[in-house]
Structures are given as structure tokens and as C-alpha cells.
Ligand binder design. Structure first.
Ligand SMILES: [Cu+2]
Length: 99
């Protein structure tokens, strides 16, 4: 009986310590223009061209995770960047401002 209880406890501990598997991160190249910047929320409104196998051309808000990257952006900048998608979350990074 003791062995059985020990086994059950061990199984429960195993179940609890199981790490949730993080969703894979997808990357999509995005080319666009910065229309608006929201410094408080670190959001950039980007008018982007169609993103292959992902979404059509549109203007929408993107979170820029990296503060240094966000701070180098200006309204009107033409950018090459990458949209990262992980589960329901998405953000933009690897931003290159075109001359
Ligand atoms: Cu979009």
C-alpha cells in the first residue's frame, strides 16, 4: 500500500512539474512604412505590403519588443522587418530602416 501511495505521489509530482511546451515561433518577412508610433505601448502602425502565406497588404499595429529598435523608428520610415508569430502573440523585429 505504501508503495502504491508513493507511486501515485510520484506520478502527481511528475504531472505538476511538466513544463508547458512553448508554441514554435514563426517568422515572416515584412516590408512597409511606419505610419504612427505609440511610445507608451511600444506600438508601430505599419502600412505593409502583402506578407507571403500570412496576410494581405494592410495597415495595422505591431508591437516592437525591442526598445532600442522601437526608438530608432520615425513616422515615414520605410522598413524591412520580420514579423514573429508565437501562438496568439505577434511582434515585429529585425527592423532595418531603408535609406
Ligand atoms: Cu497585417
Amino acid at each position: 500500500m505504501k508503495t502504491l501511495i508513493a507511486l501515485l505521489v510520484a506520478l502527481m509530482l511528475c504531472g505538476c512539474s511538466k513544463q508547458p511546451v512553448p508554441a514554435p515561433v514563426e517568422e515572416h518577412a515584412m516590408r512597409g512604412e511606419v505610419m504612427r508610433l505609440d511610445a507608451q505601448n511600444q506600438l508601430a502602425t505599419v502600412k505593409h505590403e502583402a506578407i507571403k502565406d500570412f496576410m494581405g497588404a494592410m495597415t495595422m499595429d505591431y508591437k516592437v519588443r525591442d526598445k532600442a529598435e522601437f526608438e530608432k523608428l520615425h513616422v515615414g520610415d520605410k522598413i524591412d522587418s520580420v514579423v514573429f508569430v508565437q501562438g496568439d502573440d505577434f511582434w515585429v523585429g529585425k527592423i532595418q530602416v531603408k535609406p
